[in-house]
Design a protein around this ligand. Sequence first.
Ligand SMILES: [Zn+2]
Length: 119
Amino acid sequence: MRSTRRCSRTACPRAAGSTLTYVYGDQTAVLGPLATFAEPHSYDLCADHADTLSAPRGWEVVRLAPDPAAAGPSGDDLLALADAVREAACPPPAAADVTGRGVEVGRRGHLRVLRSQPD
Ligand SMILES: [Zn+2]
C-alpha cells in the first residue's frame, strides 16, 4: 500500500499524480509519472498543476506519459527480456514436464521447445 502524496504547490490540497524533476545541468524539467521515491530537486504535482506547468526561461520541459503502464516496456519487450535472462543462465534451468512429453528447454513467445527425455 502506498500513501497518497499531495501536490507540492503551496495551498494545493489535491493528490499528486506526476513528479517534476529539475535537471539543472541540462536546464531541463522532466514531468513524468509519480516517482516511487522522493528525490532531490523533484516536486510532486497534481494533474492541474502539471498541465499548467511552465518552466523557467531558457529551460526545456519534457513531458513523459502520465500512465506508468503506457511508459513502461510492452509485453513483447518483457518476453524478450525474459528470454535474454533465460539464455544468459548457463546451463538453462530445465523444468520437468510431469505430462511425460519431454523437458522444456526453451520458449519463444507462445511456442515451447521440448526435448524428449532419455530413457
Ligand atoms: Zn496542485
